[in-house]
Ligand binder design. Structure first.
Ligand SMILES: O=C(O)C(=O)C[C@]1(C(=O)O)C=C[C@@H](O)C=C1
Length: 102
């Protein structure tokens, strides 16, 4: 493939990634907003930050909804990171609530 054609092809797929990312970010914001509400409930009721049962349930639902089976392990990996970041954010929210009570 000529260099110019290669660059055109790269741009096409990078534009696609940009378009997908533009859709993902507002959804991630929505997900984190829900995680914040859950953190407040966990703080009030002294519940554990991690709920392995719930994480397992989400992973199983996602695994059954994936179209391309070969992508299932990658979706799983992505969600392990989603849970990690979600819990980091929740830990910060809970710490701020605890500090307010001091
Ligand atoms: O469902 C909860 O209890 C949450 O706090 C949300 C969430 C998630 O991000 O999906 C985060 C941490 C838990 O380990 C399980 C799930």
């Amino acid at each position: 493939m000529a260099e110019e054609e290669t660059n055109k092809e790269l741009k096409k797929w990078r534009d696609q990634i940009n378009a997908v990312d533009a859709q993902i970010v507002p959804l991630l914001e929505k997900r984190l907003a829900a995680a914040k509400q859950i953190a407040q409930i966990k703080h009030t009721h002294q519940l554990a930050l991690t709920n392995r049962g719930r994480e397992k349930e989400i992973l199983e639902t996602l695994a059954s909804s994936v179209n391309d089976e070969t992508l299932a392990p990658y979706i799983r990996e992505l969600y392990q990171d989603v849970f990690l970041v979600s819990k980091q954010y929740q830990a910060k929210v809970i710490k701020e609530l605890q500090d307010q009570e001091k």
